[in-house]
Design a protein around this ligand. Structure first.
Ligand code: BGP
Length: 483
């Protein structure tokens, strides 16, 4: 193991937290907002935990000033949030909604007044439903033009104040869950070919936005955020090692190579072609992807877990498994692609109550990999622990498990920085508790407890600082020395 003299976190390191519009805002039909695909999807019985919706979420739409005041008190340097497309262009791509623009303008201003750098995500999964109805959203190339228009509107509106921009949140997740496992809208399963096609359109939409970005936002930074799963071969058996390479090509580099190099990994493309599920590529697509890749300023990394990879026989597991959405440990099952790989649990690492492997060093390994392969600055745009929290009688919340989780990950980030990774920001998921897409309100991530629950009819939505709030405040105050 490399042992490198201990340095410090950079003085201008962006200590932050992240959220997404659908998961916090609520006000789902207020001030001109129209329904998104999520507003519709959550109303299908059985799709979300106990039928939870983001209709109210944690009411950030009405309480953002209170939330940002809590961020300011903590000393946060950056706040990553997403914009709801349905507030900006609610009814058609021809008519912008001033009230929507004003809402985010005020969030940005309040952040800046408090010394917090806003970091905007353009797309965190809440596509306007009318675009889904008109041409099936991401399935049509029409989305590329519409996304570009939406992005340009936001760059022009906020680009003079906001430096950090993320085009797509976890394109690998919303495409897979939307078209392969039916867990996200539009709720299709086993549409392998369409999945790769949809994903290709998302790349082109991202690329168009990036192309325009630097013309409009002169000194800004732009990139995409990717759900990165660093991987380990189960053992030294060559076929398990090869399975790891296949996993990386199909699950990681398929996205990161396009963002950073404008090309798909070759072996994975050959495989998809042989199965007749490769995306249809039009003339000019690769030129666009390549050109945009040269203008990308960072790799955004959402990191929650690593994966173990083992060879999977032709008759082996071939699905996304059963997903634990209840928080009952041990209820999820193995995932894999028949004939290629499967992902058994790592026996050396603990898991969360939702069966997510906890692997702080995996984040360092991932940062090292990105640095070696792409040599791009890194923004850790999400990292955090989903857990059951308890509000005590005196309104305190003791969450030592969350403190430990973040602390261990920060230690590894620090080592990755010492080893040469250019990590410029760290955003925990999340600042306040919020709605987890499929797991309801009981899977909590925040530094701030929100009295919201799927089990009560009229929760107060009051905010309460958890122990981790005070801990992170101290980390920021000491520029990370206190980890
Ligand atoms: C990421 C998403 C976030 C958030 C987080 C936690 O994939 O970008 O929006 O939800 O995961 O996931 P979960 O809510 O499933 O625990």
């Amino acid at each position: 193991m490399l042992t490198i003299e201990k340095g410090s976190f950079p003085k201008d390191f962006l200590w932050g937290s992240a959220s997404a519009a659908y998961q916090i805002e609520g006000a789902w039909d207020e001030d001109g907002k129209s329904p998104s695909v999520w507003d519709k999807f959550v109303r299908i019985p059985g799709k979300t935990f106990k039928g939870t919706t983001g209709d109210v979420a944690v009411d950030h739409y009405h309480r953002y000033k209170e939330d940002i005041a809590l961020m300011a008190e903590m000393g946060m340097k950056t706040y990553r949030f997403s914009i709801a497309w349905t507030r900006i262009y609610p009814n058609s791509m021809d008519e912008v909604n001033q009230k929507g623009l004003d809402f985010y303008q005020d969030i940005i201003d309040v952040c800046l007044e408090n010394g917090i750098q806003p970091m905007i995500t353009l797309y965190h999964w809440d596509l306007p439903q009318y675009l889904q109805d008109a041409y099936r959203g991401w399935e049509s190339r029409q989305i590329i033009e519409d996304f570009e228009k939406y992005a340009v509107t936001l760059f022009k509106e906020y680009g003079n104040k906001v430096k950090y921009w993320i085009t797509m949140n976890e394109q690998n997740i919303f495409t897979r869950l939307g078209w392969q496992s039916a867990q996200h809208p539009p709720g299709l399963s086993d549409e392998d070919k369409l999945h790769y096609q949809v994903n290709h359109h998302a790349f082109l939409a991202h690329a168009k936005a990036v192309e325009k970005f630097h013309e409009i936002v002169a000194d800004g930074m732009v990139g995409a955020s990717f759900a990165f799963h660093p991987s380990y071969a189960l053992d030294t058996k060559p076929k398990n090692v090869l399975a790891k390479h296949d996993f990386d090509d199909l699950k990681n580099y398929w996205w990161m190579d396009v963002y950073a190099y404008g090309r798909y990994p070759r072996a994975a493309m050959k495989y998809l072609e042989s199965k007749n599920i490769a995306p249809k590529i039009q003339e000019g697509d690769f030129e666009l992807l390549k050109s945009a890749s040269e203008k990308v300023d960072f790799m955004g990394v959402n990191y929650y877990r690593s994966d173990v990879v083992e060879h999977n026989p032709e008759d082996g597991v071939d699905n996304s498994g059963i997903v634990n959405v209840s928080g009952k440990k041990g209820t999820s099952t193995e995932t894999g692609m028949a004939g290629i790989y499967k992902s058994p649990l790592n026996p050396h690492l603990p898991t969360t109550d939702w069966d997510w492997t906890i692997d702080p060093m995996g984040l360092r390994i991932g940062c090292r990999e990105i640095t070696s392969r792409y040599d791009l600055p890194i923004i850790i745009s999400e990292n955090g622990l989903g857990a059951f929290d308890k509000l005590e009688e005196d309104k305190s919340v003791h969450d030592p498990y969350r403190i430990k989780y973040i602390q261990e990950h920060l230690k590894q980030i620090k080592m990755a920085i010492d080893e040469g990774s250019d990590i410029i920001a760290y955003c925990t998921w999340s600042f306040t508790d919020l709605l987890s897409w499929l797991n309801g309100y009981q899977k909590r991530y925040g530094f701030v407890y929100v009295d919201q629950s799927e089990y009560e009819s009229n929760p107060s939505l009051n905010r309460y600082k958890k122990d981790s709030y005070y801990w992170y405040k101290n980390i920021i105050e000491t520029d990370g020395e206190a980890i």
